[in-house]
Design a protein around this ligand. Structure first.
Ligand SMILES: NC(=O)c1ccc[n+]([C@@H]2O[C@H](COP(=O)([O-])OP(=O)(O)OC[C@H]3O[C@@H](n4cnc5c(N)ncnc54)[C@H](O)[C@@H]3O)[C@@H](O)[C@H]2O)c1
Ligand SMILES: [Zn+2]
Length: 683
């Protein structure tokens, strides 16, 4: 084999492996930039040596493989990939090629010769094709391998931003509309889920894109509904009949029909300089969007010109993605500390020489688990590369290039808990190490901090710092000890930074928390798999701790919406000596362990968990009445439109809020749409 042939085959091996890790395992080991560089290298080899090109080369394939458990569906028009570049000159060269091919008759925006292009945010999520027939959503299919994807309609129906029925308004709906777009998870939702996962002692989501892909693969649509995925349209599949001359005109129609359009950026220009200005501005401003973007998609706006430019095997010639290289820096890995969480999960945290990357100084980064440590292949003392995933979470990417330090120390997963010294365990099928000692001090600290938190016992005057102080001083070893602090005023006053007033405030706060009720107590105890919602359901169902403790696993699992794993975990807790001890102690301290009725956060419905803004005048009811209805259905109503708003209900004369919502790509409903939903139609 020649050197070139050997290199081509090596590259194919690396890229295939990277594809599997990226699309199937959802745990990439290469950065996108490194992947794209290797792919470009293979591409240029294959172009120079066509005899080396293979049918199934990664240069010809799009995306991943079909997922088991879903029906495979052929796309009416293939969903291709988009060529990308990280290089300014390449983008300019692309525009030059476009001009050369179709520039003569592209009238441009501002005179003859230019070709108008539209620039949009490249949203980092999962591509989807939505098919509407006669205005009704009939199918939602993932990109799959570009030709055939997975039918995930049931899952996509739970996504609020995807209308079930399009709104014709004064317009005419196409008989068939296949619109392409991105399903993604915004940062707030990603954080919310990870917060819950942390609370339940479950493995955390790695990044929003993987989380979205994982969510869409769920076989149970209810699990999808619990995660608030978002959608933005960004492309055309089929429009019959098609009366649109350009993509931007088409976007205007989509918006009118109730489909959210990707308006982040969303400008049209026929000047490369202006395009560059937009891209630079966007690179600075994109952090404020609240969701991950990894570049800008630039496309020729006019459909006839797109058609004349045509497609290559894997990507169209009329579109290109300019990607932002994630900023990376090198630093030294000084140590790895294994931290014990409140459910006993032990996770490795990297401590590094401080380094300024992606806008902040980074010193720590989670390494997730022992498997990840092994994959990275780094040791203490090594120079490592650090990057911010989605520009937010710092991540250790691997070894820096060049010679390795000779003085290195292996990163060893601890066989004993770093806090209590009890042996660690790794359950089968789990990636995490755990300490299962219920009396472990590190767990205790974390559990107490959780217990006093706002969504649990909500103890005023007792924050994280104070809890640490109390535990370190030996004043608190159990939940019940908090309620006995009243008798230890003198010792409290001896503590650093603890004045009379502070102690008084704390004790009042603790006293008040006795009345929170069983749901809050259960949520606060840090029982594995029991978050706020499960706690509320259980407390509401059983009414008091006695009936809950008396129930067997089957009875608990029979409660609506409580799964077998949660049931087993609750039962284990309530029937264990440790669990009984904790509950008995709290009861004897006067903590209310009964529950009259709880408002269980609803799991489904058009407004659940949505941040809604109401504006303008409505014929059928006034704004106050609408607000009450929306809140009763689980929505949160606020006064002004921001990047966090999910939905704007716009009546007549809606004005500036409507304009703002549209510029932010927030979903907008008019009165007719709202009424059909409130009447139980439509959605
Ligand atoms: N790190 C790794 O190991 C690894 C492995 C495989 C792939 N990858 C990354 O994935 C890329 C290949 O994936 P790809 O083919 O899906 O390309 P891509 O994700 O980079 O770009 C194409 C996709 O962008 C999406 N998109 C978002 N906003 C859009 C907009 N406004 N307009 C049009 N489309 C928009 C579409 O869903 C489209 O399918 C590679 O270039 C690489 O960066 C990385
Ligand atoms: Zn321990």
């Amino acid at each position: 084999m020649t050197d070139v042939a050997a290199r081509a085959s090596e590259l194919r091996g690396i890229l295939e492996d990277a594809n599997r890790r990226y699309y199937v395992d959802a745990s990439p080991t290469l950065s996108d930039e490194a992947y794209d560089r290797l792919l470009a290298e293979l591409q240029s080899i294959e172009e120079a040596h066509p005899e080396l090109a293979t049918e199934d080369s990664p240069t010809r394939r799009v995306g991943g493989e079909p997922i088991e458990g879903f029906e495979t569906v052929e796309h009416a028009v293939p969903m291709l990939s988009i060529d990308n570049t990280y290089d300014r000159e390449e983008l300019t060269a692309w525009y030059g090629r476009v001009l050369k091919r179709v520039g003569g008759d592209g009238e441009g925006l501002f005179g003859a010769g230019g070709v108008a292009v539209r620039a949009e945010a490249k949203v980092d999520g999962v591509a989807i094709s939505l098919r509407y027939e006669g205005g009704r959503l009939v199918r939602a299919v993932t990109r799959g391998d570009g030709r055939r994807g997975d039918d995930v309609t049931a899952n996509v129906r739970t996504i609020r931003a995807v209308p079930m029925v399009l709104d014709a308004g004064e317009d005419i709906l196409p008989d068939v509309l296949e619109v392409r777009g991105e399903i993604f998870m915004d940062q707030a939702e990603f954080d919310r889920i990870n917060h819950e996962k942390e609370a339940r002692g479950e493995a955390m989501l790695v990044n929003p894109r993987n989380a979205t892909a994982g969510t869409l693969k769920q076989l149970d649509a209810r699990a999808v509904a619990e995660r608030r995925l978002r959608f933005l349209a960004h492309g055309v599949g089929v429009v019959e009949p098609n009366r649109f001359e350009s993509y931007s005109v088409f976007c205007g129609a989509l918006r009118g029909w109730g489909l959210p359009v990707n308006d982040a950026l969303g400008d049209v220009t026929d000047s490369v300089e202006e395009l560059w200005g937009m891209i630079e501005r966007f690179e600075r401003e994109r952090i404020g969007l609240g969701f991950a973007t990894d570049g800008v998609v630039v496309r020729v706006d006019r459909f006839d010109l797109q058609e004349r430019l045509g497609v290559r095997s894997k990507s169209p010639r009329w579109v290109i993605a300019f990607k932002f290289a994630a900023e990376r820096k090198e630093t030294v890995l000084r140590d790895v500390v294994w931290q014990v969480g409140k459910t006993g999960r032990i996770t490795p945290r990297a401590e590094m020489d401080p380094v300024f990357v992606g806008g902040t100084t980074v010193t720590f980064a989670t390494l997730h688990n022992a498997d990840q440590v092994e994959r990275l292949g780094v040791e203490i003392g090594d120079r490592v590369v650090v990057q911010k995933a989605g520009e937010i979470i710092p991540q250790v990417m691997g070894l820096a290039e060049g010679k390795r330090e000779t003085k290195r120390r292996k990163i060893e997963a601890p066989s004993a808990c770093p806090s209590c010294g009890e042996p660690t365990v790794r359950e089968e099928g789990e990636v995490d190490l755990r300490c299962v000692n219920p009396a472990c001090p590190a767990q205790l600290m974390e559990r107490l901090i959780w217990f006093v938190g706002r969504d649990q016992m909500d103890i005023d005057g007792l924050g994280e710092k104070a809890v640490i102080q109390l535990v370190e001083a030996g004043l608190v070893k159990t939940f019940g000890d908090l309620y006995r602090l009243n008798d230890r005023r003198a010792e409290l006053l001896d503590l650093d930074r603890m004045g009379e007033k502070k102690v008084e405030g704390m004790l009042v706060g603790i006293e008040a928390s006795k009345e929170r009720g069983l749901a809050r107590v259960l949520a606060g105890l840090g029982i594995r798999h029991v978050g706020g919602r499960a706690a509320a359901i259980l407390a509401g169902h059983f009414g008091d701790v006695k009936s809950l403790s008396a129930a067997d696993v089957e009875t608990i699992a029979d409660v609506d919406e409580i799964g077998p794993i949660t049931a087993a975990s609750v039962h284990d807790f309530a029937s264990s000596d440790a669990g009984r001890g904790i509950l008995g102690d709290l009861a004897s301290c006067g903590v209310d362990l009964t529950q009259e009725q709880v408002a269980v956060p609803a799991g489904d419905g058009p407004f659940v968990g949505k941040r809604v803004v109401i504006t303008g005048t409505f014929e059928a009811m006034d704004r106050k009445a609408i607000k009450q209805r929306v809140e009763a259905m689980g929505g949160r109503v606020s006064g002004s439109v921001s990047g966090n708003t999910d939905l704007l209900l716009a009546g007549e004369r809606a004005g500036s809020k409507l304009a703002k919502a549209e510029s932010l790509g927030v979903e907008v409903w008019d009165e007719a749409r709202l009424m059909s939903v409130l009447d139980g139609e439509g959605e």
